[in-house]
Design a protein around this ligand. Structure first.
Ligand SMILES: [Zn+2]
Length: 339
């Protein structure tokens, strides 16, 4: 029986040396140490031995088992190392290959300009208000002193949802909505999309953006309006910018004005951007009409206010010398990445 054990041991160690992979190793483990394995069979036969022989043979059998187990462990380690090396050699990275640059997006020029405008007005104590783009005729026209028969309605070619609902043609309806919900003092700007049924060309688009402004409080005068918009122009276009208020007419303000800024390209001497005049028109404004204050539930005998509205695209086009409004909406990266 001792010879038999010795033989099993030698055979097992030899086979383990030749073992190439983990599957073969498993087979050897079963063959020698498994429940029906050779060593186990021997141990089961120990009952036939004499009581004197049993401890000695048992001891040898255990030693053989331990040796085989240790050899299996060692072989397993070697196999794993070999497989790992093989895997690593197949996954070699070619460090000389050129890298792939990450393309980082940027803000749209309109978003950028709007952020700048918001920051300027927030710095002057304004907050941001919003209103619906699908708007009631009442807020878009009626409450802003533009009754059904008013010629201004013909000028604005409007998208009508039905007789009483339109896609807002201006951000001005937000003025009424704010006044209805808030007691003076009111100091808001309302940026947003507006719609006109215009055919798109270099200067027209059926969708564009406006920024509305409204201030209502006791003792608000034309001087407040001029001071506020002059401060805005200087922040937006540069400290040397001068402003000029030209009388104009809007149904919802009285008196009304259009605001020009001194050309920030030529400084006022005349150039291509200002078409030789030295001035560039940037927005419309005025003192809120008493009827509009009343429509917002505010007593014009107690309170007064001013309002203004600017076209965001127009401001950005002037600032960067962009000559076609359609460029803003085409999403051409060659255009967008210039900003
Ligand atoms: Zn100029």
């Amino acid at each position: 029986m001792r010879e038999k054990l010795q033989q099993i041991k030698e055979e097992a160690l030899l086979k383990l040396k030749e073992c190439q992979n983990s599957q073969m190793l498993d087979e050897l483990r079963v063959k020698y140490l498994g429940k029906k394995g050779e060593l186990t069979t021997i141990l089961r036969g120990m009952g036939q031995l004499s009581p004197e022989e049993r401890p000695t043979v048992g001891k040898i059998a255990n030693e053989v088992r331990e040796e085989i187990e240790a050899a299996i462990e060692e072989t397993l380690k070697q196999i794993k190392q070999r497989e790992k090396n093989l895997r690593l050699s197949m996954e070699t990275i070619d460090v000389t290959m050129p890298g792939r640059a990450n393309r980082i997006g940027g803000l749209h020029p309109l978003t950028k300009a709007l952020d700048e405008i918001k920051e300027i007005f927030i710095g002057m104590g304004f907050s941001i208000a919003e209103g619906p783009e699908v708007e009631l005729d009442y807020y878009n026209f009626e409450a802003l002193n533009i009754p059904k028969n008013h010629p201004a309605r013909d000028e604005q070619d409007t998208f009508y949802i039905n007789q009483n609902v339109v896609l807002r043609t201006q951000t001005s309806p937000v003025q009424i909505r704010v006044m209805e919900n808030k007691k003076p003092p009111i100091r808001i700007i309302a940026p947003g999309r507006v719609y006109r049924s215009d055919t798109a060309d270099a200067t027209h688009s059926p969708i564009f953006h406006q920024v509305e402004g409204l201030v209502v409080d006791k003792g608000i005068t034309m001087a407040s309006l001029k001071g506020t918009l002059d401060a805005f122009a200087k922040r937006m276009f540069g400290e040397k910018t001068r402003t000029k208020f030209r009388p104009h007419h809007f149904p919802f303000t009285e008196p009304s004005a259009e605001v020009d800024v001194s050309c920030f390209v030529c400084g006022g001497t005349g150039c291509r951007v200002c078409k030789g005049s030295g001035w560039i028109e940037i927005l419309g404004c005025g003192m809120v009409h008493p009827d509009v204050l009343r429509a917002g539930g505010i007593d014009p005998e107690v309170y007064s206010g001013f309002a203004f509205g600017l076209g965001l695209e127009r401001i950005v086009m002037i600032k960067y010398g962009i000559d076609d409004i359609r460029l803003f909406y085409e999403n051409d990266v060659r255009f967008l990445k210039q900003f």
